[in-house]
Design a protein around this ligand. Structure first.
Ligand SMILES: [Zn+2]
Length: 282
């Protein structure tokens, strides 16, 4: 983007785009934990507050400006308001002359850049400062933007599936337990592919019923979940080194297969219950 002084010749609007395409160096700046590409733009934009049509345009403009590279850098020649030239920075190519109030550390970080973009675009209603918008270049990115937005988790990000949430409420009603873990939005602390991590729809399919050191209570919960597996849509239950898997032909409690696995070692203070993704499964 480059915000030209009011009254600048319309023909000049395209110059920064062409210059950026010809000479713009791309400086890779990996940002831990932030995705790149269309999905990274979409996630950052939604987090910043964009929604609906504004979100589509935000992602499409970002793609047209930077391809979704948070480290993208494009240099501009001297312009009416910036005699020393200027630099377009990051995923939304925030200009360092017209938006000197935005530090590099923000412009090259997708989350911060998205928040700045939200402000400059008046919450997604005014994209005139972006040359890829005024030129129409962003239109060619709308399909990719839609695809990226569709892969995002649902707003709110992380929620229990209906079956898991129903079981959580029943555990509280029946056993008076309220310390129950569910969806983990940080993708951290569970095994790879854990049912605690949200899928593309934003749902997680597991609960951890914390019972502290009360082994007897844990077994009550575990046996109740297993006994009601069909109605609760339980996939498997793990507690105190044992597991019952309802994907098996004849489900029964048995010791965890691998004695060093999380199944065998990490489930003494809580009962883990995983649920089938679809309530129509059983
Ligand atoms: Zn668990």
């Amino acid at each position: 983007m480059t915000r030209w002084a009011v009254g600048a010749a319309a023909g000049l609007l395209l110059v920064p785009v062409l210059i950026a395409a010809a000479t713009g160096a791309v400086v890779p700046r990996p940002v831990p934990g932030v995705g790149t590409g269309a999905v990274g733009l979409a996630a950052a934009a939604r987090q910043a507050g964009f929604g609906g049509e504004g979100l589509r345009v935000a992602v499409a403009v970002g793609l047209a400006e930077s391809g979704g590279d948070p480290g993208a850098l494009g240099r501009n020649p001297p312009t009416p308001g910036c005699p020393g030239g200027s630099t377009d920075r990051g995923g939304w190519q925030l200009n360092d002359c017209y938006h000197a109030e935005i530090p590099d550390a923000c412009a090259y970080e997708l989350g911060c850049a998205a928040t700045a973009t939200y402000r400059i675009s008046a919450a997604g209603t005014d994209w005139a400062p972006w040359t890829t918008y005024t030129s129409g270049a962003y239109l060619g990115e709308l399909a990719a933007a839609d695809q990226a937005i569709a892969t995002l988790a649902t707003p709110g990000g992380c929620a229990l599936s209906p079956a898991a949430d129903a079981a959580r409420q029943l555990v509280t009603e029946r056993f008076g337990l309220t310390d129950i873990g569910g969806c983990d939005p940080d993708f951290h602390g569970h095994i790879h592919g854990s049912d605690h991590y949200p899928d593309a729809t934003g749902h997680a399919y597991a609960i951890d019923v914390m019972v502290a050191g009360d082994r007897a209570l844990g077994w009550q919960v575990a046996r109740w979940a297993a006994a009601n597996a069909a109605v609760l849509h339980v996939k498997y239950v793990v507690f105190a080194g044992q597991v019952v898997d309802f994907r098996a032909p004849a489900p029964a409690w048995r010791p965890c297969r691998n004695p060093t696995s999380s199944c065998a070692t990490a489930h003494f203070d809580h009962v883990h219950v995983s649920f089938f993704a679809t309530t129509a499964h059983r």
